[in-house]
Design a protein around this ligand. Structure first.
Ligand SMILES: C[S@@+](CC[C@H](N)C(=O)[O-])C[C@H]1O[C@@H](n2cnc3c(N)ncnc32)[C@H](O)[C@@H]1O
Length: 508
């Protein structure tokens, strides 16, 4: 090893990656055919968080030595980090051709499947590793985690237990065990495990989230709120997920206990996170502050990403009838020649419940869907109901939309908008002359205001406001039926299914 190379290795060991990279780049330039310099450069770029450059150098190394398993695994990892799962799988498969039992390749394949929500497949890859080597901690902890996602809580506990035998200070193992006992209703056990997790890492927000859920179940609400607050305080840069969890906790607290303590926390939350739009929207929903005009898109996208896998079953459990009502209304008011498809734009299409009913009722439709949530869209795509799907905010999408539609739908979506003026104007713009817009709104039974932001973060509307605005936007009323749209707890959520026709457009 040359002295320059030795210096670079020392710098790399000391995590002085930019300085190490400078030396490795100069060595690479002088010796472009030497595999190790490409690898070192790739590894420095990786450490510096520059995956695209890292990939470039690892690919050079792979060309020089196509049989290097280390390089192929590095490439698979880098593509995985970039969420380019096709290439990540491709490089794992190349490893497995060279080494059919390579544990790292199987673990990578497991992680790739896991990230795509294919939990059974992920588990089968981790199990392959475990069957080869029962002492592989990564295989065990991933099996435990995946079993938890699959709701196989007893297996999750068992695998986490085995992981703890190999690595007794595994925070993850205690957390998985705590969460699993919680799901199984074994609250004393859950608390014991969570306390152990907390001893190992008191700065991890997820352990406080777990405590918060545990105390909710035990109806120790003060402690639940305190744990929720601690989850927010763990990291200097609190993630959106933690804010969404906290907002939901306050909402549940209000539903159970009323407002006072929730309001105290909501004020505290606003003060601590000044300028955070997500907090502004969620805290004001709790505080019943009616200055907010629409839901924060970051909140909507993330919340539905989390909700997506359970959306269809949960809504079926809530006797969600809005898509059926909307499709029946479309059948009544849309004239559709049978020899060509009806072009439909489904705003906030979610998992496609509305498209499913529209196709059943109207027959041949070409439906384009727009939604903020990538996970909801993935499920919609898997049902093969849509002609085209796009991840976008409705307002942005409508303002850039070049196509004119004879039918636009918005089923249980306008509940994320208070002020409907912009949406109605934009819909009027994308409708063909005589085109129809069918949507649902939830009924404001709280006060006389045009719309009211509920602690749930959803808006309810006054139907006379909706009608007035529709008229103002050149949309004339065809139908407006009051319906029981779904249930919430033991209550019925009433709303309106509204159909309007575009008569003229007012430029505003
Ligand atoms: C309650 S779900 C209804 C989904 C579907 N329409 C149905 O009836 O099953 C509301 C959907 O609207 C989407 N959404 C809410 N606000 C949105 C916005 N500003 N832009 C795009 N999508 C939005 C959410 O992501 C979610 O998928």
């Amino acid at each position: 090893m040359s002295s320059l190379e030795q210096t670079a290795a020392v710098l790399y060991g000391e995590q002085k990656y930019p300085q190490a990279l400078d030396i490795y780049l100069s060595l690479y330039r002088k010796n472009p055919k030497t595999e190790k310099y490409s690898i070192y450069c790739g590894s420095c770029f990786d450490a510096l968080g520059k995956p695209a450059q890292a990939i470039k150098f690892y690919q050079k190394a792979s060309k020089l030595n196509p049989a290097s398993v280390t390089t192929l695994l590095a490439l698979s990892q880098l593509y995985y980090q970039k969420a380019d799962y096709v290439n990540a799988v491709k490089f794992c498969e190349r490893v497995l051709k060279l080494e059919p039992h390579n544990a790292s390749a199987y673990l990578n394949l497991g992680n790739i499947a896991y990230c795509q929500g294919a939990f059974e497949e992920a588990l089968s890859y981790y199990e392959k590793v475990y069957l080869q080597d029962e002492k592989n901690y990564l295989a065990l902890i991933n099996m435990a985690n995946t079993c938890f996602d699959l709701k196989h809580f007893a297996s999750a506990i068992e695998y986490a237990h085995k992981a703890l035998k190999l690595y007794p200070s595994s925070f993850d193992a205690y957390l998985i065990r705590g969460n699993s006992y919680l799901e199984l209703g074994k609250y004393t056990k859950a608390e014991e495990e969570l306390l152990l997790a907390c001893e190992l890492n008191a700065q991890n927000p997820w352990v406080y989230n777990a405590f918060s859920r545990l105390y909710q179940k035990l109806e120790r609400w003060d402690e639940a709120l305190l744990a929720g607050w601690k989850a927010l305080m763990c990291e200097p840069d609190t993630q959106d997920e933690q804010h969404i969890n906290f907002g939901y906790l306050l909402y549940e607290y209000m539903a159970e206990k009323g407002g006072t303590l929730a309001a105290k926390y909501a004020h505290q939350w606003l003060e601590k996170f000044i300028g955070n739009k997500l907090v502004l929207y969620m805290a004001n929903a709790i505080l019943n502050n009616q200055q907010i005009e629409c839901a924060e898109p970051r909140y909507v996208g993330k919340m539905f990403d989390v909700f997506a896998p359970d959306f269809d079953t949960t809504l079926a459990g809530l006797e969600y009838k809005a898509p059926q009502f909307l499709a029946e209304t479309a059948q009544k008011v849309c004239s559709k020649p049978f020899w060509r498809p009806l072009h439909v734009l489904d705003l906030g299409c979610g998992t496609g419940l509305c498209a499913e009913k529209l196709k059943k009722t109207l027959g041949w439709c070409l439906i384009n869907g727009v939604d903020l949530s990538a996970k909801m869209l993935e499920l919609a795509a898997s049902k093969k109901l849509y002609h085209h799907l796009q991840q976008a905010d409705i307002t942005t999408y409508l303002s850039q939309c070049a196509q004119a539609y004879p039918l636009v739908t918005a089923c249980d979506v306008l509940t994320y908008f208070g002020n409907l003026k912009i949406i109605f104007n934009l819909v009027a713009k994308v409708l063909k002359p005589q085109g129809v817009f069918i949507f649902t709104v939830s009924e404001n039974r709280i006060d006389d205001a045009d719309y009211h932001l509920m602690p749930s973060g959803r808006f309810v509307h006054n139907i006379s406001y909706v009608k007035k605005l529709l008229k103002y936007c050149g949309l004339s009323l065809l139908l407006c039926d009051r319906k029981a749209l779904r249930t919430e707890g033991d209550k019925i959520v009433y709303g309106y299914v509204v159909a309007v026709r575009k008569e003229f457009t007012i430029a505003k």
